[in-house]
Each structure stands twice: as structure tokens, then as C-alpha cells.
Design a protein around this ligand. Structure first.
Ligand SMILES: Cc1ncc(COP(=O)(O)O)c(C=O)c1O
Length: 405
């Protein structure tokens, strides 16, 4: 994360990649400009040893390209595209691979913004959406697809696992089997997994059959609550399509965002490991507290359950996101949130500072009540993103706030 993809000799020996705050790049000759555009517009393949030169910062920029190369390492992906937000990354994947009449299958719950895009924007383009819950297994999901009457139109599966904010787990390999069942020689059903909750450290969806892994890089990748960004990773062939649409939507990240994220990547592993170690302590504390009726945390999943099997197979850690229910509904949850002194009452997650919020009235406020009930996003539920502070301070704060309830 410190040196990969960067050559100091190309930047006056600077040890770190400078911020290439430039909109355009000067060609050495007109012939070079022509050659670069031929590749950029797909008029010919890149030659075996041809270095793809820089053209214009909507297409490429060193701060983006080096960042993308580094992000590829975590997920063992062939290619990556960085965007100016997680929502840009998600909407670009969906727009590129869905067309009017198609069906998109998605897991419930997904992040509120993603839910809105799937259920309110895509229908305006004639794209149908079908949601399934983590409780449903293969046969049940297949039956639902068949009943929809649009089985032959299934084009894409979008999954968020663990689900935000309930930490419910979905078996990616099971959805891959469903994608294969509905793929034909003319059409491959593609799977995209939003891996924001696990960052690039604790889950690698491509290894389990996903075609794309998607991130809100605003979260663990950025990690300091000071930048909004997103990323998509996948095979070289599919990512060419994503990058082409990015070029024409113009929703790539700028050089400054790229530089900030590169700086963040240097500490990604140490930050996330500290956050996870803290989260384990916090989850154990919460699970024994008399006012807490339920704790959703990967490290507390009971052995012998289906969720435990998925956890063992698909995850490299229990993460640093948890949610819990406080006895007394919304009033109790609000009293708790208003009493916090160290933990900040704010949406977003994955940053150095601990953050708490009320999903039902905040991040997931756009979803109908009946759906929220089905997803177990209750009035009592509080979501906590555990930061890098001393865990004793975090527990002290939670403890004193629970006393006020
Ligand atoms: C799981 C998840 N995916 C996607 C997003 C959207 O990312 P961004 O806010 O960077 O657009 C968020 C934002 O909270 C999220 O939590």
C-alpha cells in the first residue's frame, strides 16, 4: 500500500505520489495522441508492451490509476474503477448491466440509497426489482423468481452481506448457483456484492463467485470521515464496460480524492484490526447488559446455525460494525444516542472515531414501515461503528448512556 504501482523517477524522485491536480495531459506528438485515443475508444487492443498513456483526467489520472492498482491487490481483482461516491459506483454497475424489461434480484436490507435507486429510479427505466431476505434459501429464492413471471429476464443479482444495519449474512455461493441456473449462452447473470461493511479485509466476494465487488470507499477505505468516494472491482473484461460508462457519466473521483484514499490505504489494515479488536470487547459488553435485548455482531453468531456456516466459510473476521436493541423502543434508543459523550451521533461508518445512529429514522428512513419490520430494523435498534479509540473509553461511554435510559 506504500509503493505498489508508483515510480518515483517519473515524479522528480518524490517518495509519495504527488497530487496530479491537472485536467489534461500534454502529448509528446500528434501520433502519440492518436494512438492513445485509438485504445481509449476501443478501436484497437493495447499492444503487448504498450503503456497506456495519460489523456484527460475524466479518463485517467495517476492518482486514480495507482489507487486502483492498489485496491486490486486486496480483492485479487484484475481491474478497479474509483468513483466520486459509493452511490456512483453502485448506480454505474446497475445502469451498465441492466436494460428496460430486465429483472434485478436484490437482498433485503440493502443500504437505504441503494434501495431507493433500485425501487424508485430503476422502475422509471422499466427495470423490475425483486427482493429476497437472508432467511430465504436456494429453493425459496428460485420459487420466488419463477413466481415473478420474469425468470427469463433476470440479468443481475445485487447483494449486501453482512446487511446494513442488521449484520444478516447471505451465502454468495448460493446466489452464484442461482445466477448460473438463469444464465444462457446469450446472457450471463452477473452478481455484484456491496462489501462496504467488511472493507477489503474481512470478506473477498470475488473468491465466492461474485463478478463485482463494490465499495463505499467513504467508509473503511477512506476511514477518516473526510472524503466521499466509491470503487468497483472485477474482471478486466467487465470492468472495461464500467470504466467506459464512468467516462461518459463523468463520475470518476478527482485527483485529490485519489490521493487522500492512497494515504488512507497505508493504514487500512492496522486501523481495521484495531477497530475489530475494539468491537469484540464492545459486543461482549453489550451482550451482557440488562437493558440490551439483542446484539447483532458476527462474532456472536451461535455455532450450529446456518449463519455460522456462512460466517466460517465467507469471512476472515467479525468486523467492527454492530447493531443492538435497547428495551423501550424509539424513546429509549434516542435517550441513549442523546446521552453519548465520546461516540458521535452521526451516520456513516468505518472511520477512526466511533459513530452511532438510529437506522429506522435515519439511514433507512426512506423504506416503508412494513419492509423495515420484515428486515428487523426496529424502533429499538441502534447501529454502532466502532472506531480506534481505547475500547475502555468506548465501553465507558456506552455504559453511562445506557444508565440514562
Ligand atoms: C453499505 C453501503 N453501501 C453504499 C453506501 C453509499 O456510499 P456513499 O455514501 O459513499 O455514496 C453506503 C453509505 O452509507 C453504505 O453504507
Amino acid at each position: 500500500m506504500m509503493t505498489h504501482g508508483y515510480k518515483p523517477e517519473l515524479s522528480e524522485g518524490a517518495i509519495k505520489c504527488p497530487i496530479f491536480q491537472t485536467s489534461t495531459f500534454v502529448f509528446k506528438t500528434a501520433e502519440e495522441g492518436k494512438a492513445l485515443f485509438e485504445v481509449a475508444y476501443g478501436k484497437r487492443e493495447k499492444l503487448p508492451n504498450e503503456e497506456l498513456g495519460l489523456i484527460y483526467s475524466r479518463l485517467n489520472n495517476p492518482d486514480l490509476e495507482i489507487l486502483e492498482d492498489r485496491l486490486c491487490l486486496w480483492d485479487k481483482a484484475a481491474a478497479c474503477a474509483v468513483f466520486e461516491s459509493g452511490m456512483s459506483a453502485i448506480s454505474t454497475v446497475l445502469l451498465e448491466f441492466l436494460k428496460p424489461g430486465d429483472l434485478v434480484l436484490y437482498s433485503k436490507p440493502v443500504y437505504g440509497g441503494t434501495d431507493h435507486f433500485i425501487n424508485h429510479f430503476l422502475p422509471k427505466m422499466g427495470i423490475h426489482a425483486l427482493g429476497f431476505t437472508p432467511q430465504q434459501e436456494y429453493d425459496d429464492i428460485v420459487e420466488q423468481i419463477e413466481k415473478s413471471g420474469k425468470a427469463d429476464k433476470l440479468a443481475m443479482i445485487f447483494i449486501e452481506t453482512p446487511a446494513n444495519p442488521t449484520n444478516a449474512l447471505i451465502d454468495i455461493a448460493c446466489l452464484k448457483a442461482i445466477a448460473d441456473k438463469y444464465s444462457t449462452s446469450e446472457k450471463q447473470v452477473l452478481i455484484a456484492v456491496d462489501n462496504t461493511y467488511m472493507g477489503p479485509l474481512w470478506q473477498h466476494p470475488l473468491e465466492h463467485g461474485a463478478d463485482f465487488v463494490v465499495y463505499s470507499a467513504t467508509k473503511y477505505i477512506g476511514g477518516h470521515s473526510d472524503v466521499i468516494a466509491g470503487a468497483v472491482l472485477g474482471s478486466a473484461e467487465l470492468m472495461v464496460r464500467i470504466k467506459t460508462l464512468r467516462t461518459f457519466l463523468g463520475n470518476m473521483a478527482g485527483p485529490w480524492t485519489g490521493w487522500l484514499l492512497m494515504r488512507s490505504l497505508e493504514t487500512l489494515k492496522v486501523r481495521m484490526e484495531q477497530q475489530q479488536a475494539n468491537a469484540v470487547e464492545v459486543a461482549n459488553f453489550l451482550s451482557q447488559h440488562e437493558k440490551v435485548t439483542k446484539v447483532n455482531y458476527l462474532g456472536l453468531i451461535k455455532e450450529g446455525t446456518r449463519a455460522y456456516e456462512i460466517y466460517k466459510k465467507q469471512y476472515h473476521g467479525s468486523g467492527a460494525m454492530l447493531s443492538f436493541e435497547i428495551e423501550g423502543g424509539e424513546a429509549a434508543a434516542f435517550k441513549f444516542l442523546n446521552s453519548l459523550k465520546l461516540i458521535k451521533l452521526a451516520v456513516s461508518l468505518g472511520s477512526t472515531e466511533s459513530l452511532a445512529e438510529h437506522p429506522r429514522t435515519m439511514t433507512h428512513a426512506g423504506i416503508e414501515d412494513a419492509q423495515l419490520d420484515e428486515m428487523e430494523i426496529t424502533d429499538s435498534l441502534v447501529r454502532l461503528s466502532v472506531g480506534v479509540e481505547n475500547f475502555k473509553d468506548i465501553i465507558w461511554d456506552i455504559s453511562q448512556a445506557l444508565e440514562q435510559v
